[in-house]
Design a protein around this ligand. Structure first.
Ligand code: CTP
Ligand SMILES: C[C@](O)(CO)[C@H](O)COP(=O)(O)O
Length: 239
């Protein structure tokens, strides 16, 4: 019997970088803020370029982005100027733009530009853990604090806790979130509400699948608020 040869799996990075960084309240989009001597987005790009597992890296930016060309290393990264009004829309647009380049079984690792602390070891950990999985998965951190559900009473100036949420089984999603191209396209094509589908795994879950959770690292935080910059600087100073 002729031995069957199966093509080696391919892993592609897709970096949504079309946000405006409203919560950072900086002069411009937070993905271009300097951290440790280079723009945040360049740290994120370099994490994928440092991994021998990644076949190619794509960055999706807004159509009128005027800063990306000074950030990406020539030739090593493809810029997709199809960012949308939400992270969901940016990823949907990027996946459509890649229809002619990616095969249905190619793995896509969607990773926030705002998570510059990613490194090759975390990329390898995720791929090793779910690269043979039927669904895919994501880096995440188990919740270590007590979680409160709160409400703001009329006339109050701070919310009040109405209950505590049992933390067993609660995880905080990070990225990359890795799924095969076809499944990810189908899941996101069915997603309409960006306020509900706030990560790629949410769309996969909405199809009834259970993405695997692989423990990430605090260095892989999402740089969202001004105070996050110092934390990112600390981790990026010690790769
Ligand atoms: N329309 C959007 C919104 C967000 N993102 C990207 O999705 C990632 C996570 O989003 P977030 O941290 O919320 O970034 P912003 O949307 O820029 O931040 P904010 O919500 O404070 O405006 C970021 O890398 C961001 O650039 C994107 O590609 N397109
Ligand atoms: C994708 C994500 O980073 C997982 O935690 C998160 O959902 C992004 O949320 P944001 O409001 O778009 O930053």
């Amino acid at each position: 019997m002729k031995p069957t040869t199966q093509a080696a799996p391919r892993y592609f990075a897709l970096i949504p970088a079309a946000g405006v960084g409203a919560r950072m309240a900086a002069d411009g989009p937070k993905q271009y803020i300097d951290i440790g001597g280079k723009p945040m987005l360049r740290h994120t790009i370099d994490a994928f370029l440092s991994s021998a597992l990644i076949s190619h890296t794509y960055v999706v930016v807004s159509a009128h982005d005027g800063q990306i060309d000074a950030v990406v290393p020539p030739g090593a990264v493809t810029v997709l100027r199809c960012g949308g009004a939400s992270r969901l829309a940016s990823v949907q647009n990027a996946l459509r733009a890649l229809a002619g380049e990616l095969g249905e079984f190619d793995w896509v690792l969607v990773h926030d530009a705002a998570r510059p602390g990613l490194n090759a070891a975390l990329i390898a950990k995720l791929i090793d853990a779910v690269g043979n999985d039927a669904v895919g998965g994501l880096l995440a951190l188990p919740v270590v604090d007590t979680v409160k559900r709160a409400s703001m009473a009329a006339g109050a100036n701070v919310p009040a806790a109405t209950s505590s949420v049992a933390r067993d089984g609660l995880w905080l999603a990070q990225t990359p979130q890795m799924f095969r191209y076809r499944l990810l396209c189908d899941a996101l094509a069915a997603a309409t509400d960006a306020s509900v589908i706030t990560d790629d795994a949410s769309a996969i879950e909405a199809m009834g699948f259970a993405p695997r959770l692989v423990e990430g690292h605090p260095r892989n935080l999402k740089v969202t608020l001004p105070a996050d910059i110092r934390i990112a600087e600390m981790y990026l100073a010690a790769p």
